[in-house]
Design a protein around this ligand. Structure first.
Ligand code: AMP
Ligand code: FE
Ligand code: FE
Ligand code: ZN
Length: 302
């Protein structure tokens, strides 16, 4: 930097590393997401659809023309006793055969489960068909939010929360279990594809104490975890500080994003969440260093 520029403040660069598109349960296409991210002045994004790379593949097709850095991304639902373990993956090689094969198995399990859920709902007296859900999904991975949308649209339930709380969530009558990867399998699948596995929104683990979370992070790191999603619209200041502290204690990277789903999750905006979220670009540089540095056993230097 020359002396001439020394006093000019550098505009901070921000990113959003947790975004869902129509490839899973978001309401906007990757191209629409890129347009909004550009308008918001972001420097980088990752589209992290549930159990599919299609959102990232589509987004990367626009990389050359969009002036925005795009990281490959995914969010895998792993099996976990007390709650939900969602694992974000970044910077994977999108043509990795083992990753593609593993996702195929997971997607098949998801598709079979969806059929079972709709059958259950029909048995419970709900007027709902698979075709209606397919139409709402727009052709990407179908998830419970799509089923919930049909239930809301047909006034079988009042709103999305009602659909999950009365029918679709664990313990409710239309809940159907499905095959999920173990956390270690998800970590290793991402690592083998040259990517960086990150624990998404840790509060959904339902860990009761910090010691519980400590133990989960220690075990997960042992199994291949590389980072923790610290910045998320559902994390208030206290949780954000706690997760940041835990990430540092365990030598894990910090990431963040809005978990944007478009109209499927109203009130959350790309780049800023509910308005006050800011994820610095520096975290992307650390992710790239991790992916390229051989800090994990399966990384391949480009
Ligand atoms: P699935 O991946 O099909 O098992 O569906 C789980 C997804 O549903 C989560 O990843 C969330 O995106 C979404 N979800 C969970 N609870 C709710 C809720 N109360 N309202 C809207 N979406 C929800
Ligand atoms: Fe979702
Ligand atoms: Fe999630
Ligand atoms: Zn998500």
């Amino acid at each position: 930097m020359s002396a001439l520029h020394a006093n000019i403040p550098i505009k901070p660069a921000y990113v959003d590393l947790h975004i869902h598109s129509t490839a899973s349960d978001g309401s906007l296409s990757p191209a629409e997401i890129i347009e909004i991210a550009n308008k918001a002045g972001l420097h980088a994004i990752a589209i992290t659809d549930h159990d599919t790379l299609e959102g990232s593949i589509e987004a990367l097709r626009h990389q050359h023309s969009c002036g925005l850095e795009i990281l490959s991304g995914i969010e895998i639902s792993a099996s976990f006793d007390s709650g939900t373990m969602h694992i974000l993956g970044y910077l994977m090689r999108l043509d990795d055969a083992s990753l593609i094969e593993t996702l195929k198995v997971v997607q098949e399990a998801r598709a079979n489960r969806n059929v079972q859920i709709i059958k259950r709902l029909q048995h419970l007296g709900a007027d709902i068909s698979y075709d209606e859900v397919l139409e709402v999904s727009g052709g990407g991975q179908i998830g419970r939010p799509h089923i919930a949308q049909v239930l809301v649209r047909k006034r079988i339930v009042e709103n999305m929360d009602g659909a999950f709380n009365k029918l679709l969530k664990k313990g409710r009558p239309a809940y159907v279990e499905r095959y999920r990867l173990l956390p270690v399998e998800a970590f290793q699948t991402i690592l083998r594809a040259g990517g960086v596995p990150v624990l998404a929104h840790p509060f959904t683990l339902n860990a009761e104490t910090e010691e519980d979370l400590d133990r989960i992070l220690a075990e997960s790191k042992q199994a291949g975890l590389k980072g923790v999603e610290v910045y998320h619209p559902a994390h208030g200041p206290a949780l954000t500080a706690q997760y940041e502290r835990l990430a540092h204690r365990h030598g894990l990277l910090v990431t963040g994003g809005t978990d944007f789903h478009g109209t499927a999750k109203p009130g959350i905006h790309i780049g800023i969440g509910r308005g006050d979220l800011r994820v610095p670009y520096r975290l992307v540089e650390e992710l790239k260093r991790c992916a390229a540095s051989g800090l994990h056993p399966y990384s391949v230097t480009p």
